[in-house]
Design a protein around this ligand. Structure first.
Ligand code: CU
Length: 95
C-alpha cells in the first residue's frame, strides 16, 4: 500500500526531527563555589542567560551550583564557564 508507506515515511521523518532537536539541547550542572550571598546566584544566572544559545539558567546559593540548558550547536561548556569567570565566579563542570 502506497498510503501506508507514505505514513511510515512521514513518521520516520517526524521521529528524526524530534530526536535531532532533543540531541541539540544539553543540560549541565556547574559548580560555582565562590557564590557567597543571595545576590551572587542572580549575577551568575544573568551572565549565563546572556550566552548565545542558552535557553534556561538557574543558580543556587545553597548548593553553589548553576544548572544550564543550552543548544549544543550554538555554545559549549567552555563558553558557559568563561561567562561565570568573567563576572568573578570561576566554575567547573559538575557532571
Ligand atoms: Cu554575593
Amino acid at each position: 500500500m502506497i498510503l501506508k508507506a507514505l505514513i511510515n515515511a512521514f513518521l520516520v521523518a517526524l521521529l528524526a526531527v524530534a530526536s535531532g532537536a532533543a540531541l541539540a539541547m544539553q543540560t549541565v550542572t556547574l559548580s560555582v563555589p565562590d557564590m557567597s550571598c543571595s545576590t551572587c546566584p542572580i549575577q551568575v544566572r544573568q551572565a549565563l542567560s546572556k550566552v548565545r544559545g542558552v535557553s534556561k539558567a538557574s543558580a543556587s546559593l545553597e548548593t553553589k551550583e548553576a544548572v544550564v540548558t543550552y543548544d549544543e550547536s550554538k555554545t559549549n561548556v567552555e563558553a558557559l564557564m568563561k561567562a561565570t569567570a568573567d563576572i568573578g565566579f570561576p566554575s567547573t563542570l559538575k557532571r
